[in-house]
Design a protein around this ligand. Structure first.
Ligand code: ZN
Length: 325
């Protein structure tokens, strides 16, 4: 890797993978179905000002009919099928954990953090329907379309993280999701002139189809927490080089490893079947994890939504520096 150890990791994306031509064609069918739903018209009114809460706004993406069918008839007409609701609840719970950690230490006592439901995100059909980005958008293209929707709704407040719960099980270009500069840190100075809001994508469709609900919960937390973990704070806590190293992999039985959210997809081997179906690649080193008990003899990978203490400390420190005063 060309960049030095002091440079922040530029690319915080998780588990992109290759698919066969056939899989891509199946995805193509799914995308065509997804684009047949009408656009959403609900607008969110922006709140501004230093006393406003820090917001984490979670948006349901378009979930194809067959997928909604899997989660029961009662979900058919709803924007929040069970996996998306569980992902939202996991994010809520994660911030409750951070605030409980902080308040036990008399920190963040006056800061309000709110996790909210955003109106559904429906992308209009592309004007160039045969382009690769229309059928299988890259993470970059997806984040840009998402931001465009937020701009139109006047939803960018400068103090918010916007989380898209995407349903693209076969989009290997998005992988499990991620966030990209310049909108990868909540409340950072406006790089594109419209606000310092962050945005991130959790590919709930991928974690549901390829892994499990437990992985869905953890990756929803994981992709959200990235936007509260700037490199200088991560680096200051246990000399971690990347956010994932704040996580833990704890041996709870001889053959069982339990993974916390920010380590999810990164705690296993760098090959298929090491924990999540598609391992995250790149920056992390097991020796620098907040705790990693090793993978020798591990056959069961389990997941806990409980954040590691290092993650709670890092997010608390970030919220103090960025939003208090
Ligand atoms: Zn990550």
């Amino acid at each position: 890797m060309a960049s030095g150890l002091d440079d922040p990791p530029a690319d915080r994306t998780t588990g992109r993978w290759r698919v066969t031509r056939r899989e891509a064609l199946v995805a193509l069918g799914g995308a065509a179905l997804a684009s047949s739903t009408g656009p959403s018209t609900t607008a969110m009114v922006a709140d501004r000002g230093p006393d406003e809460p820090v917001r984490i706004r979670v948006y349901p993406g378009d979930v194809p009919f067959q997928a909604r069918l899997r989660y029961g008839l009662s979900d058919l007409r709803r924007d929040w099928p069970t996996p998306l609701r569980d992902a939202l609840a996991a994010i809520e719970d994660a911030f409750e954990q951070v605030l409980a950690y902080a308040r036990e230490r008399s920190r963040l006592e006056s800061l309000e953090v709110r996790v909210e439901r955003g109106a559904p995100i429906r992308f209009p059909p592309s004007t160039t329907p045969l382009s690769t980005d229309a059928v299988l958008p890259s993470l970059e293209a997806l984040l840009e379309r998402f931001r465009e929707r937020l701009r139109r709704r006047d939803a960018l407040t400068g103090r918010a993280c916007h989380v898209l719960l995407d349903w693209s099980p076969l989009n290997y270009r998005v992988g499990y999701g991620g966030t990209l500069a310049p909108n990868s840190i909540t409340g950072s100075s406006a790089a594109d002139g419209d606000s310092g809001d962050a945005q991130t994508v959790a590919n709930v469709g991928a974690t549901e189809v390829w892994d499990s609900r437990a992985v869905t919960r953890n990756m929803a937390i994981h992709e959200t927490m990235h936007t509260f973990l700037p490199h200088e704070i991560v680096d200051a806590i246990g000399a971690a080089y990347c956010d994932h190293e704040l996580g833990t992999a704890v041996r709870t039985a001889e053959d069982t490893l339990e993974i916390s959210p920010i380590a999810t997809a990164y705690a296993g081997h760098d090959r298929i079947g090491g924990g999540t179906r598609f391992p995250g690649t790149g920056c992390c080193d097991r020796d620098r994890f907040s705790r990693h008990d090793g993978t020798d003899g591990i056959e069961n990978w389990t997941y806990t939504t409980e954040l590691s203490e290092a993650t709670c400390e890092a997010v608390t420190r970030f919220l103090e520096r960025r939003f208090e005063d």
